[in-house]
Write a protein that binds this ligand. Structure first.
Ligand SMILES: [Zn+2]
Length: 276
């Protein structure tokens, strides 16, 4: 029996990564190329070339899923909310399908992360998974029983541009945000937000990983905020007092797949039985 492959593409602002994942979840081939910044046509050509290269290596045609920054508008099918702004307003899915001559599935990259962890990562076997992204921005995605919850506006799970809950007086109105409001969660919990808040309170300019290292005075390799191990102990200890329930059994877990979540989640946009 020939192996069935699913290809996942993670379209990032600086690199496009692609991987072929086999039926057992193993990544057989993984390739990356630089993103042709500000050039839509060249971005499509790069994705098509990457797929061709991967399929040549695996010697098979695979299903294709693509994780994109931003969202696919349910109304128009055009990309919106992408910080890779040259994608906004473009019919990316249609253009890729036309170039390839076969169906392709697109999803927001945070949703791909949630799907990856819900399928065979930290949230495997759990009914409802909220994938939290704390990086240059604050984002997230929701997977319910192994399926992405897109939502009517295609922004389900995006929690970064809501106000900080129960702010202290010095956190009001909060720093201005590019979305047009002030005091958004992203202005506090993103890497840049964390740095700015630390500077306000301590007068020293440190990156988020430096602050984490200082706070933790332990792991010198501690990377992004998801690498701060004390978060996984302290937050569940604190959240019971804020959750409107007699008990909170929610688990807060670090991601299993790390940097591979984008390509894995994109690959999982097709179920195994749908792979050619
Ligand atoms: Zn905002």
């Amino acid at each position: 029996m020939s192996a069935r492959f699913r290809i996942g593409i993670d379209l990032g602002g600086t690199k496009i990564e692609g991987a072929a994942v086999d039926v057992s979840g193993l990544m057989r081939v993984r390739r990356r190329v630089a993103t042709p910044v500000q050039n839509y046509r060249a971005t499509i050509d790069a994705i098509i070339a990457l797929i061709g290269c991967i399929e040549q290596e695996i010697g098979a045609t695979a299903s294709l899923g693509i994780g994109v920054p931003g969202a696919v508008s349910p109304k128009t099918g055009l990309i919106k909310n992408a910080n890779s702004t040259w994608l906004n307003g473009r019919p990316l899915q249609r253009d890729i399908e036309t170039a390839l001559g076969r169906p392709t599935r697109l999803a927001n990259d945070a949703n791909c992360f949630a799907l990856s962890e819900a399928t065979d990562g930290a949230g495997a076997g759990i009914d409802a998974v909220f994938g939290v992204i704390l990086g240059t921005g604050v984002g997230g995605g929701i997977a319910i029983r192994g399926q992405i919850l897109v939502g009517a506006n295609a922004i389900a799970g995006e929690w970064g541009h809501n106000p900080l809950p129960w702010p202290t007086p010095d956190e009001i109105p909060g720093p201005p945000c590019y979305c047009g409001r002030s005091g958004c969660i992203e202005r506090f919990l993103s890497g840049p937000g964390f740095t700015a808040d630390h500077y306000c309170h301590c007068g020293e300019s440190l990156s988020a990983p430096q602050i984490a290292r200082t706070a933790e005075s332990g792991d010198p390799d501690c990377g992004g905020l998801s690498g701060i191990s004390t978060l996984y102990e302290q937050v569940p200890r604190l959240w019971t007092r804020y959750i409107f329930s007699d008990r909170a059994v929610t688990r807060l877990l670090p991601p299993v797949h790390g940097d591979s979540s984008g390509v894995r989640g994109a690959a999982w946009l097709w179920r195994p039985e749908e792979a050619p």
